[in-house]
Design a protein around this ligand. Sequence first.
Ligand code: ADP
Ligand code: TRP
Length: 327
Amino acid sequence: MHLEKKLRVLSGIQPSGALHLGNYFGMMSRMIKYQEENELFCFIANYHAMTTLPDSKTLSSNTFNAACDFLALGLDPEKSTFWVQSDVPQVTELTWMLASHASVGLMDRATSYKDKIARGIKPNMGLYAYPVLMAADILLFDSQIVPVGKDQKQHLEMTRDMAIRFNNTYGETLIVPKPDIEKTTQLVPGIDGQKMSKSYNNTIPLFDTDKKLRKQIMRIVTDTTDIDDPKDKDTPLFHLYSLFLDEREQKRLADRYEGKGLRYGDVKQELYEKVLDVFGPFREKREDLISNPKQVHEILDTGAKKARQVAEEVLNRVRSASGVNYS
Ligand code: ADP
Ligand code: TRP
């Protein structure tokens, strides 16, 4: 029988704040599914978070908490390779080598850099080189598929560009990866209707107290359409609730929006209960992990060891191809 080779799937998440529904639907839940059939590489991008988070205590605790969130939600360290970015220092070496093949013109077109500056974040070299570090994260592991939300599409294009340039210069050395962006979850709206993001203060966190969770859900923006008039479905409340519903349930919700008597307050309460239903069962596991840091560190150490081994192999190929390994 011909055995098909498993695809290598990789993605990372920045520990820049509490993880939220956008992260879950855009990336985390899809990664957790991938681990069943593919070779999954998953990491916490603490070097990336450092570009916008200069507080050492917060960076450290966010990194630990993000790891606990992922594990609690079902990421299985036996089936995948799970680590913290800075535990595989090879990534910074590849970053430097790729930087020599990333044109300044390419870097200048990065919209996420421009957005961050526009939001008042002080420009620093780390922020500017962010896409190069991300390319190194991906290329260092011969990744083929990268599940992300739509906001990361350009970073994936830049990664492909760097890999192709590198290969054109030195011969086929790096695998050119493909993004995996899913239409229904590519852009989860925040409670204000903008993209849900840790940096916009508009998130619905995955794990918070019931009270804070309810408060955030009750703050989702709605309009003033009369109770008996049809309601707009292209709105954050409708989109957010739909993420939790199957096709039939979505149709039923759409009918309610089109009919009379729908109260947004009722829909928000239902969404609140749904979020508790879905994420409630993971809370205990998360609390367990948080109170057992030794166990979490062991998992991450084992993951880093596995990741370093792959990284070292790929990097040796890159060192030889580029002449860094001298003779
Ligand atoms: P944030 O914008 O909250 O800081 P990250 O940049 O750390 O989130 O994103 C981690 C992953 O989650 C990425 O793959 C990103 O594309 C995805 N993601 C983040 N926000 C959303 C969203 N609102 N909708 C869909 N995917 C998202
Ligand atoms: N930049 C990504 C984000 O903000 C996080 C990230 C870092 C990443 N390195 C990566 C995602 C490599 C995919 C692959 O979401």
